[in-house]
Every structure is written in structure tokens, then in C-alpha cells.
Design a protein around this ligand. Structure first.
Ligand SMILES: [Zn+2]
Length: 122
């Protein structure tokens, strides 16, 4: 099992923690200094959540060892999931039956496809 020696920036206690006890955060790509990320844990000495600045190489080693990387992406960058669609009417049972009938009939399927994508039809 991997253990990582960390020194608390508040009380200076040096302790060994498992990689899963560290939470990693990338503070921003716009930072010019090399230590633009941080590792956080709860110190056994002062019982506070403390953080140390770390550089990218250390961050990658900690991720490889099993530490968790916090998702700090802005809300706008999140992927929209289909179940959160905000337009259109929900499908009904009749829509589903019509869909299966179109799939069963090749001519109807081709006609429906031409209606949707006329540039692909003769
Ligand atoms: Zn401490």
C-alpha cells in the first residue's frame, strides 16, 4: 500500500496518509507559477482541512497513486445529458408504435428518412 508523507502547513505535523485521503484540485491553468494545484487533507494534529500547493508533476503522481481529483469545472462546461432536454414534447406510446411500424416497413422507413434528410434521397 502506498503512503504519502505530508507536512501540515498550519501545525507542521508530518504524517503519513494514504493516497485516498488526499483531495487534489487544479486551481487554474491561468496561474503563472508552477504550483497551480493543491492537495488537501484533514490534519491529525490540528484537525483542520489544510492544503499544500503542488506542481503538475506531483499532481500526476498523486493521481496515479489513487488520490481523487476534484471536478472544479465551471457549470457552463458541463455536458448536457439527454434526460435534461428542455424542449419538445415527450414521446407517447402512439409515437413508439408509429416508430416500430416505420422500422418494420422498409419503404416507409426510406420515405421517413427522405423527409428528414432530403439531400440523401434521389
Ligand atoms: Zn495541522
Amino acid at each position: 500500500m502506498n503512503v504519502i508523507a505530508v507536512e501540515c502547513p498550519a501545525c507542521r505535523l508530518i504524517e503519513s496518509v494514504e493516497p485516498g485521503c488526499l483531495l487534489l484540485e487544479i486551481d487554474g491553468a491561468e496561474a503563472d507559477d508552477e504550483k497551480s494545484s493543491s492537495a488537501s487533507w484533514i490534519c491529525d494534529g490540528c484537525h483542520r482541512l489544510v492544503a499544500l500547493p503542488i506542481d503538475l508533476v506531483v499532481l500526476l503522481h498523486l493521481v496515479a497513486a489513487g488520490s481523487s481529483l476534484l471536478d472544479t469545472a465551471p457549470e457552463d462546461d458541463e455536458v448536457a445529458y439527454p434526460e435534461t432536454a428542455t424542449y419538445g414534447l415527450p414521446l407517447t406510446l402512439d409515437d413508439l408504435i408509429d416508430f416500430h411500424q416505420i422500422l418494420d416497413d422498409e419503404a416507409a422507413f426510406a420515405a421517413e428518412r427522405c423527409r428528414e434528410l432530403p439531400e440523401n434521397c434521389p
